[in-house]
Design a protein. Structure first.
Length: 81
């Protein structure tokens, strides 16, 4: 008999565990940015593709550490840590 289904399930479980570990690591490490503009701003992270919404002047968001270098280049965002 073929046990292809068993190998497929093992592979699927391995991939699921790997992606969960990656997510938990990225969520724990972040950099805070304060919005210094006049209205609102939405920025998409270069690496994670996550949307960061700054609703008002002074709004502070925690940005994934992988997206932080791209955020530094935006003049109305100030890194605070």
């Amino acid at each position: 008999m073929c046990n292809c289904g068993k190998k497929r399930n093992e592979y699927s479980q391995t991939n699921t565990l790997g992606s969960n570990n990656d997510e938990s690591t990225s969520n724990t490490a972040g950099t805070n940015f304060e919005y210094t503009g006049k209205t609102a701003l939405t920025v998409t992270g270069n690496i994670t593709r996550k949307n960061y919404r700054f609703n008002y002047p002074g709004h502070i968001q925690t940005v994934d550490h992988r997206d932080a270098p791209g955020m530094i280049a935006i003049s109305v965002l100030k890194k605070i840590n």
